[in-house]
Design a protein around this ligand. Structure first.
Ligand SMILES: Nc1ncnc2c1ncn2[C@@H]1O[C@H](COP(=O)(O)OP(=O)(O)O)[C@@H](O)[C@H]1O
Ligand SMILES: N[C@@H](CC(=O)OP(=O)(O)O)C(=O)O
Length: 778
């Protein structure tokens, strides 16, 4: 049976709530799997502080830090297992042992630091037991032995056979032992390395690193809001990032995976449903760009490039070192904490040229490093940063100065050097009427879009067939290509395709009118896909579903544009958003929201039979094949709901009062059946029109939303209006949106024009796509 390894970092175990979330993930695992844990939250940092107080003989400090550790762990254990539990008692014994050793100068650093992981493994295993899951905790000092700085792989593989196949195995990360049983650590952040080592030792099929971000991003998403999550990154770039000190993966994580088929994935324990980032073989991922900060490094110049010495020093420090070849010189960048060790290792063979400097590294596709370095230099100099060193080499560039880079400087660099290169993959669903026109316009639009960011069409979908090509589909021949090469495809296949797309950004453009397709939107969001929809179903779906989708999109920084779902190309949603963003408060929206009903309203008069007019409209292609879909008013009701939700109102479709432009008796059977009873329709309309005429009014099919009434008025139906009213003087077929707000109180803002039609709708979708590209490139 194939086994899997799951590693939960400190960020995933920082509180009782987080342990609970981790336990929920573990519930899904199979017995025999291994779970590698780090110390909870910042426990290792606290233990390092304790060591430093002890080392400096700061007895008061020792007491204070021990109290801190006690507070944190006791709270965790009490909340999860109670203070009468075996784990609680064991922890108290441990802390007493630490205090006692500190008191009699017998503390040993690695032994002390090991406690964070020991506490986590014990607590998680017992907490899983409490939840009915069989789990045992293992002290990895009994599994991983190191001799002269080298792991004894053969022996360790044999030792790891001790893991149980009928339980979950919770193993401490970060720690190992030497040949005589003394504790050693694998370096800060070393639990990632423990996880891949264990993966190798137990021949696991995958190792999943669970952390607090949804994967590996173009830069730290906590510092740069617009950081882009990558679905796939190459092992080479992951390694490069890690060597430069990026914390998302420890520098040695990839070493045990060399020449193995073990998959490596980074995922978020905060959002266990989302895909993470797969770290794949170099040829399976496009080269990406990354920014990573460097804090407190020393730069040494070596008198000669001795690769063996660098390798040996990396082993001693448990930190892979990255030599830089600059104009015939070899430079070595090391975290300042190792500066003294490096100096005493090399003695006269290395000269310290910069001490305690900070800055940034850019990891990029080969060939662009020197250009990126020059651009970054110019940007940083503009920010008044004095550079102490700037170098580039195959695959990366480094810029160092006196200060750590602030978020705004990082964001600027990210915007100028990283985002600009992210490609957008476009999948167009629905290539019928409007879709065809959209595609034919896309060719011309591409030049404009490409000035913002590179855009590539990768998928064309119809209801049950699709043409999918992650490398890109030639636009000029796309329609013919679809006709000849489209294959039957299920929603699952489409989702899988989207999941695997190796692009910085992805968007599904939904030009279908399919409710079942709209149900896939949450899946699109889970796979980091933006959405543009002309389709009205998702925007008017049941509130709970709709709000969950919105929440997911917000959490993942995803954009959803749906301007054409109301009023085709008319910029109605845009206008509402814009007014609200500029501080206005919209009080009322009313108007005629259907081209068909607009045409019928403008052309009807008492000297005509309404049913004849409807038939005429149907023959002209102005109605749906079954005109009752228009006459029911359901479509207008959906449009009003989309606008109401745009204003932040939590309404359901049925909260909007609906009266159809036909009597209920006509709803049954086919349109032909309804036509057989056409006099019912004619009388229904005639009576209402006569009533209106008596008051000097005329009939229009109107949608109305008024937020100033209590309760809110939201209704759709026929209304008698003055012949001079804006809704009555409309060009037949046009839509009109009448907006009242605090600023447009007495004199309404009116948006009017064709609210349907292939060209304007397709152009409206392009407007959304342009907006999306603009936003992504900002
Ligand atoms: N490019 C990046 N992608 C994702 N996270 C990053 C990146 N660069 C820096 N980070 C930071 O790495 C952190 C995860 O590393 P770490 O705190 O060591 O996690 P853990 O405790 O799970 O091992 C994230 O919280 C994030 O702030
Ligand atoms: N607890 C150790 C090891 C580790 O890997 O931690 P994390 O997985 O939280 O980065 C450290 O802080 O260095």
């Amino acid at each position: 049976m194939t086994k899997q390894v799951y590693k939960f970092g400190g960020s995933s175990l920082s509180s009782a709530k987080r342990y609970h979330a981790v336990a929920n993930i573990c519930q899904q695992l199979a017995y025999g799997d291994a779970i590698v844990v780090s110390a909870a939250g910042k426990t290792t940092d606290t233990l390092v502080r304790l060591w430093s107080c002890y080392h400096n003989q700061d007895h008061k400090g020792v007491g204070e830090v021990i109290a801190l550790l006690k507070d944190h762990q006791c709270a965790l254990v009490s909340e999860l297992l109670g203070d009468k539990s075996e784990v609680y008692a064991h922890f108290i014994d441990d802390i007493n042992a630490i205090s006692q050793r500190a008191g009699c100068a017998e503390l040993e650093q690695a032994w002390l630091l090991a406690h964070g992981e020991l506490w986590s493994a014990r607590l998680l295993a017992h907490y899983l037991n409490k939840q009915g899951v069989a789990a045992t905790h293992f002290d990895s000092r009994k599994l991983f032995v190191v001799a002269q700085n080298n792991l004894k792989h053969q022996e360790n593989t044999a030792r790891c056979q001790a893991l149980k196949s009928d339980q979950l195995n919770v193993v401490t990360g970060f720690i190992a032992s030497d040949e005589v049983g003394n504790t050693v650590t694998l370096g800060r952040n070393g639990s990632d390395y423990s996880a891949t080592l264990l993966g190798k030792y137990i021949n696991a099929s995958s190792v999943t690193i669970w952390t607090d971000t949804q994967g590996v991003y173009s830069t730290d998403p906590r510092k740069v809001e617009k950081a882009v999550k990558y679905n796939k990154i190459s092992q080479q770039q992951a390694q490069q990032l890690a060597r430069l000190g990026n914390p998302v993966l420890h520098a040695k994580t990839l070493t045990p995976l060399k020449d193995s088929d073990i998959k490596l994935v980074v995922r978020s324990s905060y959002d266990s449903h989302s895909d993470g980032t797969q770290v794949v073989a170099n040829e399976q991922a496009k080269a990406k760009r990354f920014l990573t900060t460097l804090a407190s490094v020393d730069v040494f110049q070596l008198t000669h490039n001795n690769k063996d010495s660098i390798r040996e020093l990396s082993i001693i420090l448990q930190h892979p070192l990255q030599p830089l070849e600059v104009e015939g010189n070899t430079l070595l960048l090391v975290p300042s904490q190792f500066g003294e060790q490096v100096a005493s290792y090399y003695l006269q063979d290395a000269v310290l040229i910069e001490s305690n400097v900070s800055g940034v590294a850019i990891v990029s596709e080969a060939g662009s490093e020197s250009q990126l370095l020059e651009s970054a230099k110019a940007l940083l100099e503009k920010q008044s940063m004095t550079l102490r060193g700037a170098w580039s080499q195959n695959g990366f560039a480094i810029l160092l100065g006196d200060q750590l880079l602030e978020s705004d400087t990082l964001s600027l660099l990210h915007e100028e050097l990283i985002t600009a290169k992210q490609e957008l993959a476009v999948i167009v669903a629905g290539i019928g009427n409007v879709g065809e026109v959209f595609l034919s316009q896309l060719n011309d639009q591409l030049a404009r879009l490409n000035t913002l960011l590179p855009v590539k069409l990768v998928g064309l979908l119809r209801s049950s067939t699709s043409l999918l090509n992650g490398q890109g589909i030639e636009l000029a021949t796309a329609s013919a290509n679809f006709k000849n090469n489209a294959k039957a495809s299920s929603p699952e296949q489409i989702i899988e395709f989207i999941k695997e797309l190796d692009y910085g950004h992805k968007v599904v453009i939904d030009i279908t009118a399919s409710e079942s397709f709209s149900k896939l939107y949450p899946e699109f969001a889970l796979h980091d896909c933006h959405i543009i929809s002309a389709n009205k179903y998702a925007g008017t779906a049941e509130l709970n579903w709709y709000e969950n989708l919105r929440r997911l999109q917000t959490e993942k920084n995803l954009l959803w544009r749906y301007n054409t779902s109301v009023g085709a190309g008319l910029p109605i949603n845009f206008a509402l958003k814009d007014l609200q963003n500029s501080g206005d408060k919209i009080t009322k929206i009313s108007g005629v929201f259907s081209g068909t009903l607009s045409w019928l309203g403008a052309n009807y008069s008492l000297d005509k039979k309404f049913s004849d007019l409807v038939e005429q409209a149907r023959e002209l292609g102005f109605t749906e094949p079954d005109p009752r879909e228009d006459l029911s008013g359901r479509d207008v009701q959906r449009k009003l709901l989309i606008l109401a939700r745009e204003l932040g109102l939590s309404l359901e479709l049925d909260d909007i009062e609906l009266s159809a432009w036909m009597p209920n008796e006509l709803a049954e059977g086919s349109w032909q059946d309804a036509l057989a009873k056409r006099e019912l329709l004619d009388t229904f309309v005639e009576e209402l029109a006569l009533d209106a005429q008596r008051e000097g009014n005329t009939l229009r099919y109107v949608a109305e939303l008024d937020t100033t009434t209590s309760p809110i008025t939201a209704k759709v139906g026929l209304k008698a209006v003055a012949p001079s009213a804006a809704v009555a003087t409309l060009t037949p077929g046009d839509n009109i949106f009448v907006i009242n707000s605090v600023w447009y109180a007495d004199n309404a803002l009116i948006i009017q024009g064709p609210g349907a039609g292939r060209e304007v709708t397709a152009a409206g979708v392009h407007s959304d796509l342009y907006w999306l590209c603009h936003k992504l490139s900002e």
